[in-house]
Design a protein around this ligand. Structure first.
Ligand code: ADP
Ligand code: MG
Length: 269
């Protein structure tokens, strides 16, 4: 069974004067353990899809009837409030675009882990500390950083901590919406390679969103290309790189400045 199965997803932004079709009849699946990339220019509807999967979309976003979102076979659009509380963090966890700055500035790293672990699994402070230490180790951060405040950490470290918090309740699907855009290229790549290793180790699936196709092709198994709300091409990452079928995909590649003079290779896939 697929971890994520989206069928005929259409999402409108409904204004008083007009309706904007942000997502148009999008269908795709993500298999267990798969790293799936969703690419496309800014404004093509990537975040709108991510929010809908997490049921975090708000008016004026309106999911059209006939749309289906299944996570592990469960109909996400039919969850009631109690089911939704269980669903978030445990089934799907989402790292937002500005995640690096989403840590609470007045709480230590340990307290931020405790917040999530206590609220969502009723863990004691001692058990949460133990789990936080394990999670920090997963993202290669020394345990003494548990006592640090966000401003004492680099951007890359803060981002890895947000990711570790997202993994705290063993979600089946980790959604990352442009998680590393604010970081330099080397740190971006390090973080994504870490995520790649972790999903192999822990078995979760990843939906990775970016407009940076060059970065995406190095870490994804399959990639979907979006254009103005439509999913126009889905294929193996290597095929998207070396044999794109759609004109627009070729144009996207041509617009990637980092490709010039730089060989993009998929490391041992
Ligand atoms: P992406 O993440 O690919 O950059 P988004 O999903 O954020 O794109 O946005 C898709 C489209 O929907 C864009 O044209 C954007 O302007 C529009 N949009 C996003 N949020 C809203 C909103 N709250 N109200 C109206 N339009 C919106
Ligand atoms: Mg976005």
């Amino acid at each position: 069974m697929n971890v994520l199965s989206i069928a005929n997803l259409s999402i409108d932004y409904v204004g008083t004067q007009s309706v904007f079709h942000a997502v148009k009849d999008v269908s795709f699946d993500i298999a267990p353990g798969e790293f799936f990339g969703l690419a496309g220019e800014s404004g093509c509807g990537k975040s709108t899809i991510a929010f809908a999967i997490s049921r975090l979309h708000r008016p004026p976003a309106l999911i059209r009837s006939g749309s289906k979102i299944l996570v592990d076979g469960r109909d996400v659009l039919a969850l009631d409030d109690a089911e939704l509380r269980r669903f978030r963090w445990r089934e799907v966890a989402m790292v937002f675009q500005s995640a690096m700055n989403s840590l609470n500035p007045v709480l230590t790293v340990e307290a931020q882990f405790y917040d999530v672990l206590k609220t969502h699994s009723g863990m004691s402070r001692a058990a949460a500390r133990q789990r936080a230490a394990e999670l920090l180790a997963l993202v290669d951060i020394p345990i003494d950083r548990l006592a640090a405040y966000p401003h004492q950490l680099s951007g890359g470290m803060r981002q890895r901590i947000v990711i570790a918090i997202c993994l705290a309740l063993n979600p089946k699907l980790l959604i990352m919406d442009e998680p590393t855009t604010a970081l330099d290229v080397v740190v971006q790549r390090e973080i994504l390679q870490r995520i790649d290793a972790l999903r192999r180790q822990l078995g979760f699936s990843v939906l990775f969103i970016t407009h940076d196709l060059a970065l995406m092709v190095q870490v994804s198994d399959r990639i979907g290309i979006m254009l103005e709300g439509e999913l126009i091409e889905v294929d193996a990452a290597q095929a998207i790189y070396s044999a794109p079928r759609h004109d627009y995909t070729r144009k996207l590649w041509a617009s990637m400045p980092r490709l010039h003079g730089q060989q993009i290779a998929q490391d041992d896939k």
